[in-house]
Design a protein around this ligand. Sequence first.
Ligand code: FES
Ligand SMILES: [Fe+2]
Length: 432
Amino acid sequence: MLSDEQNRRLTQVGAGTPMGELLRRYWMPIAAVAELDDKATKPVRLLGEDLVLYRDQSGTYGLLDRHCAHRRADLSYGWVEDCGLRCHYHGWVWDHTGKCLQQPFEEVANPEARFKERVRIKAYPVEAKAGLLWAYLGPPPVPLVATWEPFTWRNGFVQIVFSEVPCNWFQCQENSIDPVHFEWLHSHWTRVLQGDGGPKPPTHLKIGFEEFEYGFVYRRVLEGQSESDELWTVGRTCLWPNCLFTGGHFEWRVPIDDENMLSVGWFFDRVPNEMEPFTQDRIPYWYSPISEARTGRWITTHVMNQDFVAWVGQGALSDRTQEHLCESDRGIILMRKRMLEQAELVARGGEPKAVIRDPAQNACVRLPIIGRQYFVGGYSRADSDKRRGRTPGLVQRRDFPFLTGQPDEIRQAFRRAMGLDAEVPGDVRSPG
Ligand code: FES
Ligand SMILES: [Fe+2]
């Protein structure tokens, strides 16, 4: 059980708060690269700050204060030019460093004043990697955007899915180190929802947690498995500071503000050997709804939707003074402790864990990956079907089990990539 003060420290994300300052030491994914092909500006709220993301006509990305430094108009209604973003109100132009490039009327009326040289707007760096746009809101020196190992893989169909979830980011990240929930929130609940009379899902016999350079590994032994299975020997990753990595996908819990979180999923489906070589010109993205339009109730049909239901159910900001933690929560206790310590370290001017600055180290940052060989080398269709079921997550999927509302064109592109012709219903879901 935590005190009110500890709960606040763990959850508040504004500038100047302990966790807000810790989180500002890391790049955050905020949009898909392809999103700015569709529209050149995007309003973004990140870590409690209102911003506008854009790509100008020379291809430079910028992330600026949402409000123009002249008289505060909303720059997400501005338009991009060769260099920079022009405010729609009086035409001032800002560049990605926060410099004012033009003030049309001032340059006519009072050119000697050079007023534009004396005003600036808040600006943050943006980088593209793995089909995502990343933002860094912290102090210099700016670290590198991590090249996680799956970003270097080939022959995969990648898709990016966003959902806005109305609760604090940290209760979502606690789920990244909670192996037991899978059995109940996903396996059992799905059976109940579907009225499925099939065999009961395997129960957890043993769980283990351990810290490493980039976060924590959690391990499990399920009924029918042993400590020689990869769910125990390799485990899955609670990736520091705000991500779950299962091997085939990442789920970032990006804080919008204290009571809202942007879920950013990056999913890799290895195409069968028969479909190689496979490349993507553009990594597709989509937004997944979280509630039913008709009833306003949360959607429960897909794996991550079920997670969202649990998180929002804890309240916009879970009251940790009222909990009763136990053995299944050992990983959560470990993570909370490390978060608070790392926030204190940053407050004292120290460098927190998992900040990557060395380009050689960042060529490919390896993580624990169950079935790495499968993701790298792939299987043929027939071989994949034989392996179905033994180690969850290592199958060629036929549909998208994680989030609801996948657009038809993305589903079609996925099916073409995987070489799926006739519809084959059903799939094996992978523990998160
Ligand atoms: S408010 Fe932006 S130019 Fe005046
Ligand atoms: Fe889950």
